[in-house]
Write a protein that binds this ligand. Structure first.
Ligand code: SF4
Length: 217
């Protein structure tokens, strides 16, 4: 059970982020759940901007799981190459598309348990797709930014993303899970950077214990 002190800190952080980033949303371009699912798989270790550059022509030419999953591994690798780790990503995308066709009639399932069974899909991806594409909040989306900032802000001192998600889910109301994720990710990209967090210019400075952050020289 989350302590009330931790819940108060989470509420302060969520409110400050809402003031700073009121309109924050997922920056991966998509027109449906399938496109968001594939874009999220491709976004590992890659910027959203680069993923969008790759997925725009990709989805135009291969708009369905059946079409994308039918591509040869080598063809898919070439198309995905700019996103990095393209061999593994091509494998995951192909297997994911084939599983969607085989097990779900070519549709993206709207249940967490079914989504995380798909190749290349973990809780982070499943929570993002369900929250953004279907408006179903199943959990805070814990990527590398959320994991890092949760620790610095004194919310979740976990190394494991799934454990951090469980902690954050307990600290925040379910209705805030998705917006909170987008805002924290944006703050991590712009201000609370991995190597050099810009604490002097951070709107959360007054409420941040800066756990694990080295004092500036
Ligand atoms: S004060 Fe520093 S450590 Fe805390 S959120 Fe802002 S940038 Fe990150």
């Amino acid at each position: 059970m989350a302590s009330s002190e931790a819940q108060q800190q989470a509420a302060r952080v969520a409110a400050a982020l809402a003031r700073e980033y009121p309109g924050a949303e997922c920056e991966l371009e998509h027109e449906n759940g399938f496109q968001l699912l594939i874009a999220t798989i491709l976004a590992a270790q890659c910027t959203d901007e680069r993923v969008n550059q790759v997925t725009r022509p990709l989805f135009q030419k291969y708009p369905t799981p059946a079409q994308l999953g039918a591509l040869k591994q080598e063809e898919l690798e070439e198309l995905l190459r700019p996103t990095g780790f393209f061999r593994n990503k091509a494998k995951s995308v192909k297997a994911c598309c084939q599983a969607l066709v085989r097990d779900h009639n070519g549709e993206v399932p709207e249940e967490l348990d079914a989504l995380v069974q798909l190749p290349g899909v973990g809780r982070k991806t499943a929570n993002l797709v369900l929250g953004v594409a279907y408006g179903i909040p199943t959990g805070v989306v814990v990527d590398t930014h959320v994991l890092r900032l949760s620790k610095r802000l004194g919310l979740a001192d976990e190394k494991n993303a799934d454990k951090a998600e469980q902690t954050l889910n307990q600290l925040l109301p379910q209705s805030e899970w998705i917006d909170f994720s987008h805002r924290l990710i944006l703050h991590g990209r712009r201000v609370c950077k991995a190597k050099k967090p810009l604490c002097d210019n951070c709107s959360l400075h007054a409420i941040c214990p800066r756990v694990g952050v080295e004092p500036a020289n």
